[in-house]
Design a protein around this ligand. Structure first.
Ligand SMILES: Nc1nc2c(ncn2[C@@H]2O[C@H](COP(=O)(O)OP(=O)(O)O)[C@@H](O)[C@H]2O)c(=O)[nH]1
Ligand SMILES: [Mg+2]
Length: 336
C-alpha cells in the first residue's frame, strides 16, 4: 500500500491529546451502538449516534470525562475497525490514528454487539481479527457489551448466550464471561449510573488481572516515542525561538515516523488477512473431511443394512420353504 506524507497533516489537529487513568476503545459493526455506548459512559452526547450511514462519522474520535471517584477516562469511538472492511486502504491509517489517541495503551477493548441482532460468524471473526492483529494478550482486555438492554434484559441475554451457536459461546469463553448489557436509551438516571458502575467494575477487574497495565505493543511504543520526543522540546528549557525551530524539525520527523508506523500497521494487517484466510481454509478443509467421513460411514451403514435385509429375506425364504415342505409332509402323513 502506498502513502503520502501529506495525509498525516490530519494528525496535526488531534496530535496533543489528554492522557487519562483509563482508556477504553469501542469496537464493533456500524449500527451496533458504539457511539451511543460511548455517550452513556461519558454521560453526554460526545459522539454522533444515529442509524444513518450518511451522517455517521467514519473516523476515530476521543471523548474524556472525570468519573465520580475522580479518575479520568478516555473513550475512543471507532468507525468499525477490524470488521470485514479491514482490507480497505484507509484501515491502516485509521488504526494508527486510534492507537495514537490511546498512546499510553488500552485498558479495555469494548466489543459492542446488538442484543437484538443475530450474532453472526462475521461478528466472531471481528474478535478473531483483533486477536491475530494484536496478539493473544489482547483477549485479556476484551469485554463484550450488548446494547439494546431496554429490549433484551440481562436474564434473557444470559438465556440466549446459553443456547447460542458454538462460535458465540467460544467468544464468551475467550473473554472469560465478561459480558455487560447496556441500555443506551433509558432516561432513568439510577439505571444509567447502575449500568455504568457495572461496566467500570468489569473494567477494574480487567485492569487488576493485567497488573494495572494497559495493553501496549511495539506499535504503541513507537507512537509513544514520537510523543515523548515532542514533549522533550517543551521541557528542556529552550528559548521560544529555538522551540519554534525545533518544532518544525520535529513535525517533519514525526510525519516520517508516522508514515513508517502506518506502513508497519498495513503490513501487519496484510499478514492478519492472510493468516485469517489460511485459518478459514483449514477450517473448511476440516469440515469437508468430517463430512466425507460421515458420508462414508452412512454409506457403510446403508450397505450393512442392505446386507442384513438380504440375509433376513433369505432366512424368510428358507423358513417359508421349510414350512411348505413340512406342510406337504404333513398332508402325506394324513393320507397314511
Ligand atoms: N433502543 C435502543 N437503541 C439503541 C441502543 N444503543 C444504540 N441504539 C440505537 O442504534 C442506532 C445506532 O447507534 P450508534 O451508536 O450510532 O451505532 P454505531 O454505528 O455502532 O456507533 C441509533 O439509532 C441508536 O439510537 C440501545 O441500547 N437501545
Ligand atoms: Mg458510531
Amino acid at each position: 500500500m502506498t502513502f503520502e506524507l501529506s495525509v498525516f497533516r490530519e494528525y496535526d489537529d488531534d496530535w496533543v491529546l489528554p492522557s487519562a487513568d483509563i482508556t477504553l476503545v469501542l469496537v464493533g459493526k456500524l449500527g451496533y451502538g458504539k457511539s451511543a455506548t460511548g455517550n452513556s459512559i461519558l454521560g453526554r452526547e460526545a459522539f454522533v449516534s444515529e442509524y444513518s450511514h450518511a451522517s455517521v462519522t467514519n473516523t476515530c474520535q476521543l471523548g474524556s470525562t472525570t468519573l465520580k471517584d475522580g479518575r479520568t477516562i478516555n473513550v475512543i469511538d471507532t468507525p468499525g475497525l477490524f470488521d470485514m472492511s479491514i482490507t480497505s486502504d484507509e484501515a491502516g491509517k485509521e488504526i494508527v490514528k486510534c492507537m495514537n489517541m490511546a498512546k499510553d495503551g488500552i485498558h479495555a477493548v469494548l466489543m459492542v454487539f446488538s442484543a437484538t441482532s443475530r450474532f453472526s460468524r462475521e461478528d466472531a471473526s471481528t474478535v478473531e481479527t483483533i486477536k491475530v492483529f494484536f496478539g493473544e494478550r489482547i483477549v485479556d482486555h476484551m469485554i463484550l457489551v450488548f446494547t439494546y438492554g431496554d429490549l433484551v434484559g440481562e436474564s434473557k441475554l444470559k438465556k440466549m448466550l446459553n443456547n447460542a451457536p458454538e462460535y458465540l459461546q467460544n467468544v464468551v469463553e475467550l473473554c472469560q464471561n465478561r459480558v455487560v448489557v447496556f441500555d443506551n436509551v433509558t432516561e432513568d438516571r439510577r439505571l444509567q449510573a447502575q449500568q455504568l458502575d457495572k461496566l467500570l467494575d468489569v473494567v477494574d477487574s480487567v485492569c487488576a488481572k493485567n497488573g494495572g497495565k494497559p495493553f501496549s505493543d511495539q506499535m504503541f511504543t513507537s507512537i509513544k516515542e514520537v510523543h515523548d520526543r515532542e514533549k522533550e522540546v517543551h521541557t528542556s528549557g529552550y528559548s521560544d525561538e529555538q522551540i519554534s525551530e525545533l518544532k518544525k524539525e520535529i513535525h517533519r520527523t514525526r510525519d516520517e515516523q508516522l508514515a513508517h508506523i502506518t506502513n508497519m500497521v498495513e503490513e501487519k494487517l496484510n499478514c492478519t488477512v492472510e493468516k485469517l484466510q489460511q485459518q478459514l481454509m483449514e477450517e473448511q478443509n476440516a469440515r469437508l473431511e468430517a463430512e466425507k467421513v460421515a458420508y462414508e460411514a452412512r454409506l457403510k451403514s446403508e450397505a450393512e443394512i442392505q446386507k442384513l435385509k438380504e440375509s433376513l429375506k433369505k432366512a424368510q425364504m428358507e423358513n417359508d420353504e421349510f414350512r411348505r415342505m413340512a406342510q406337504s409332509q404333513g398332508s402325506k402323513c394324513a393320507i397314511l
